[in-house]
Design a protein around this ligand. Sequence first.
Ligand code: HEM
Length: 269
Amino acid sequence: MAQTKSKGDQLKHVALVPVDWLEERSGLVGAVKYFLFRRVPHDTNWFHTLGSATLTAFIVQALTGVILAMYYKPSPEEAYASIQMITNDLTLGWLVRGMHRWGASVFIILLFLHMGRVFLFGAYKYPRELNWLLGVLLLVLAMLEGFTGYLLPWDQTAYWATVVGINLNATAPFLGPFLADFLRGGQEIGTETLARFYSLHMLLIPGALIALILLHLYLVIRLGVTSPPWSKDAAGVEREEVVVGRRGLVEPRPRGDGAGADAKGRPEA
Ligand code: HEM
């Protein structure tokens, strides 16, 4: 006799139709499953969250930046007034601007903390050298993002900090004077400088950052994360094969035949 499905099962079946539809045509669901349930060392700890924290800070910068760009006017005549308008008149403008301004420092601090953890855990060594190099590029771009953004409020601090920054660049050997001319867009800091800093700040550098972050994360997923240096599972140490639990987005069950896993799919002690 055919068994009738419970309401819950029917609902689940209906809810999964679009998921199956997407999976059949793109393999995306499989990719997300792989990303979420990939194996990581059992002794990952809070230090391993610094990379994701940096990513979160970057996303906050991107989102608040998009909102600011809707109201900011990148010309010497209007820039300062538009920033004042955002801070004083726009609904919650002070919050968005504050998040973007303070968030920039948070982003850089987290970046250094993440880099420090990678260094101290020796996670830059084989086979992760390329990811370290990508990280160095990310660091340079993040600093440039801070430098170009600092001019945009077009107040005295912004103007003179940029004068100092450009003059510093000008002292570099050989390329220095050309670099300074390129950044200024002429002999003096003015309309051209503001326009090019704005374009670099909201188009070129964030675009490059997004592309490099995606590559960085691809390598993290491909190579896996490193165990802490004190780990028993560190590279080179013999380890027992453990069956890792949950598999699947909707129906948690043990991998393989489930041997070595308890009822919830966790490895047995
Ligand atoms: C926008 C900046 C960055 C973002 C969003 C980011 C994000 C991440 C994430 C989410 C991870 C995996 C989790 C973790 O280990 O914390 C990771 C790992 C890694 N990151 Fe970054 N990162 C950034 C900058 C850097 C920098 C500046 C360096 C070094 C110069 C670096 C080198 C590495 C390396 C080598 C790994 C692999 C670590 C391991 O296997 O244990 N990253 N990154």
